[in-house]
Design a protein around this ligand. Structure first.
Ligand SMILES: NC(=O)c1ccc[n+]([C@@H]2O[C@H](COP(=O)([O-])OP(=O)(O)OC[C@H]3O[C@@H](n4cnc5c(N)ncnc54)[C@H](O)[C@@H]3O)[C@@H](O)[C@H]2O)c1
Length: 242
């Protein structure tokens, strides 16, 4: 399944890793449908790239379904889905996290990618092929004392989701994988001290969003033809042995 010419839906494409990935996929000759809760911002990126676009709130299953239907109409079909939308994990002491905050993070970072994935699966099953990438996080596989419990749980849950779904849908020709980025530097603004700390934690320094975008390209292209149910470590040496 060559990347060039693929029809790809990217969630969270208004900024950060999602926008960077959309730009990389456009350079590699993909036809794109870009979506985000920030409707105007994603429309701006899409216009710049000559891509189709539409809004979504991934926490709402019906809106996720409507967005996928719109993407099928606008693109004709979907080869690949790249789940990047999510809420960055704020610093939050475990005992201070509120019930409201827990539910909001689980909704956006765990349930949301599932609603979008669930919406596209029948279309991919019908076509007998498809690629799906799910963006987990270093917090899905390593513990950090200053990240909210909800964020750890949601991002670890995405790895379980990837394992289960990949086993279930390989026979339908659909390959599903997760990416684990280290600290990327997008999302919330960081102080100079944080940037220094994060830089020193990564053996290769902080890499920015481009390595994640390139990992997505690798998984969607022919290079990913025999890769399913993997958790791709893109952490600049922060995470080892996985
Ligand atoms: N930045 C990092 O260091 C880092 C590290 C590991 C994992 N991640 C993950 O990568 C993904 C992208 O991170 P980023 O740094 O680019 O963040 P970001 O905040 O810059 O971008 C996230 C995008 O998702 C969109 N979004 C949020 N909630 C949404 C919803 N309910 N429906 C639709 N769109 C929604 C936002 O509008 C935004 O455009 C997230 O899932 C994040 O958890 C980021």
């Amino acid at each position: 399944m060559a990347l060039e010419g693929q029809h790809v839906v990217v969630t969270g494409a208004a900024q950060g890793i999602g926008e960077c990935t959309a730009r990389r996929l456009a350079e590699r000759g993909c036809r794109l449908y870009l979506t985000d809760i920030q409707a105007e911002k994603v429309a701006g990126v899409a216009t710049d790239l000559g891509a189709a676009h539409g809004p979504v709130d991934i926490t709402e299953p019906e809106r996720a379904r409507a967005m996928i239907n719109d993407a099928i109409v606008q693109l004709g079909h979907i080869d690949s889905l790249v789940n990047i939308a999510g809420i960055d994990g704020p610093d939050d002491d475990a005992l201070e996290e509120t019930e409201e905050h827990w539910r909001r993070i689980i909704d956006a970072d765990l349930s949301g990618p599932w609603w979008v994935t669930r919406a596209v699966l029948p279309h991919m099953i019908e076509r007998g092929r498809g690629r799906i990438v799910i963006t987990s996080s270093i917090t899905g596989v390593m513990g950090f004392s200053d990240f909210a419990p909800s964020y750890h749980a949601a991002k670890a849950g995405l790895i379980g989701l990837t394992n289960g779904l990949s086993a279930r849908f390989e026979a339908d020709g659909i390959l599903i994988n997760a990416i684990v980025p280290g600290y990327i530097g997008t999302g919330r603004p960081m102080s100079q001290t944080e940037i220094y700390t994060y830089n020193s934690q990564h053996a290769l320094g902080m890499g920015g969003p481009q390595p994640v975008a390139d990992a997505v390209c690798y998984l969607l292209d022919d290079s990913g033809n025999w890769i399913s149910g993997t958790v791709m470590n893109v952490t600049g040496g922060l995470l080892r042995g996985q």
